[in-house]
Write a protein that binds this ligand. Structure first.
Ligand SMILES: [Zn+2]
Length: 115
């Protein structure tokens, strides 16, 4: 296993940052960023292949059709759930210009539980 990947954004080397400048004298270039795979967090994430969010989204925009074709979605999916509604009584405070008064209100909280 290699210890690094090159950023997979085909335009990574066109982004003008100091971290991409390589070479000496008049032979300087902007180079695709190298991604060290030293931490497990990087190795187990999308950032093993993209040097940052900007490069990731440039790639996603450029290859959106190919990406969508990897796993086409022709209809929506559904997850069975149970919905639990809980009514509760509470108060909000309102200033009437002289004093604060308690204004009661009822709220309904909806909780989604997995089946
Ligand atoms: Zn990049």
């Amino acid at each position: 296993m290699s210890e690094y990947n090159w950023c997979h954004n085909p335009d990574c080397h066109k982004v003008e940052t100091q971290s991409r400048v390589r070479g000496t004298g008049d032979n300087k270039v902007l180079r695709t960023r190298k991604i060290p795979l030293t931490s497990e967090y990087i190795r187990e994430s999308i950032y093993a292949y993209f040097c940052n969010q900007n490069c990731l989204f440039q790639f996603l925009n450029k290859f959106r059709q190919e990406i969508a074709n990897i796993r086409p979605v022709k209809q929506p999916s559904e997850t069975p759930i149970k919905v639990k509604k809980v009514k509760s009584q509470d108060y909000r405070m309102r200033y009437n210009g002289n004093d604060y008064e308690k204004i009661p209100y009822t709220s309904t909280t909806m909780t989604i539980e997995s089946k």
